[in-house]
Design a binder for this molecule. Structure first.
Ligand code: COA
Length: 332
């Protein structure tokens, strides 16, 4: 049987930085409030003509180069995004294959909000283990600034833009394989975090985003509580099922939504500070891009070494959630 190994990581962040100070000139908020309630100090904002696919392509190029594979070696491209280039089609994943000149890949998007990367990882693992694919490129890319209402202080302080990508490949060596992935969803919480209109479920004027309700709306306080509860339960389950102690986790890489959520989950799991990967301060919440961007951060700072075990954990609109036990296994 083939197993799936996490081979390489890459990420891209746009140049423009939007600080809390700048936001406090746009809405009634302050650096002190945002820092205390979320841990976020700044976030990146894509250029006007910079698309989600452009950011995904930059992240993918780095992940491909670090894997040593060529774009033509890739059988499948999955892009987890809630801010696709186009409303219905083509998918952002197919746009990315075009920009990378890929000729041999199947491509599709996954819509699972902040859990997009873990959902993509689970699909990559399944396709590889079934023998259907050998090399899968998974991408989390978001231009959330395009669906953020910059007059709503309850949401605009949280979100940012960016992309991350990883190459997942078949291996016969079980020791370097992804150990397990759990995913879940509960649509009864759909109204906690949504872009209420703009789809075929509602009458809308697609050209007027504000009137169409195409911006993200959130019940922040309720989302916070469900997030802590769900993330903690999810992680405890995947560790118990696989008989793994938290002390064996080298890097806990949670979705970077809010420092207080991450701290609450870390404490419930008795994780030490050095095990917990944090990028929320500089990038805010980049939804499906946040986990690969965080993995890239520890990779580029030399903290992520071959063989080390990562525990990924995410939660997002839908609601969706997921966790994964993933050794970092670059090609030798
Ligand atoms: N600046 C200043 N005050 C703000 C504010 C802002 N940016 N946003 C909200 N407030 C105010 C509210 O209006 C409210 O005022 P009131 O008491 O006079 O009514 C007060 O702060 C408390 O609001 P509340 O929503 O209870 O704050 P909170 O402590 O829950 O923090 C969030 C708000 C959004 C930071 C927090 O709920 C959160 O992070 N939730 C999770 C969101 C998330 O992670 N979503 C993505 C999931 S993937």
């Amino acid at each position: 049987m083939a197993y799936a190994a996490f081979r390489s990581i890459g990420a891209y962040v746009p140049e423009k930085i939007l600080t809390n100070e700048e936001l406090s000139k746009m809405v009634d908020t302050s650096d002190e409030w945002i820092t205390k309630r979320t841990g976020i100090k700044e976030r990146r904002i894509a250029a006007k003509d910079e698309k989600t696919s452009d950011m995904g392509v930059e992240a993918a190029k780095i992940a491909l180069q670090r894997s040593g594979l060529d774009a033509q070696d890739i059988d499948l491209v999955i892009c987890g995004t809630i801010s696709p280039d186009y409303f219905c089609m083509p998918s952002t994943a197919t746009v990315i294959t075009g920009k990378l000149g890929m000729k041999n890949a199947t491509a599709f998007d996954i819509s699972a909000a902040c859990t997009g990367f873990i959902y993509s990882l689970s699909v990559a693992k399944a396709f590889i283990e079934s023998g259907m694919n050998k090399n899968v490129l998974i991408i989390g890319a978001e231009k959330l600034s395009a669906i953020t209402d910059f007059t709503d202080r309850g949401t605009c302080i949280l979100f940012g833009d960016g992309a991350g990508a990883a190459v997942i490949s078949a291996t016969n060596n079980k020791d370097e394989a992804i150990i397990d992935i759990h995913t879940g969803a509960d649509g009864s919480y759909a109204d906690l975090l949504m872009t209420p209109n703009g789809g075929t479920g509602s009458a809308h004027d697609a050209l007027d985003k504000e009137a169409a309700g195409c911006y993200m709306q959130m019940k922040g306080n309720e989302t916070f509580k469900v997030a802590v509860r769900t993330l903690t339960k999810d992680v405890k389950e995947i560790l118990a099922v696989n008989n793994i102690e938290t002390s064996s986790i080298k890097h806990f890489v949670p979705h970077q939504a809010n420092l207080r959520i991450i701290k609450a989950v870390g404490e419930a799991l008795n994780l030490k500070d050095e095990q917990v990967v944090l990028t929320v301060e500089k990038y805010g919440n980049t939804s499906g891009a946040s986990i690969p961007m965080a993995i890239n951060d520890i990779y580029e700072s030399g903290k992520l070494q071959a063989g080390e075990l990562m525990l990924l954990d995410a939660f997002g609109g839908g609601l969706t959630w997921g966790s994964a036990l993933v050794p970092f296994s670059p090609f030798k």
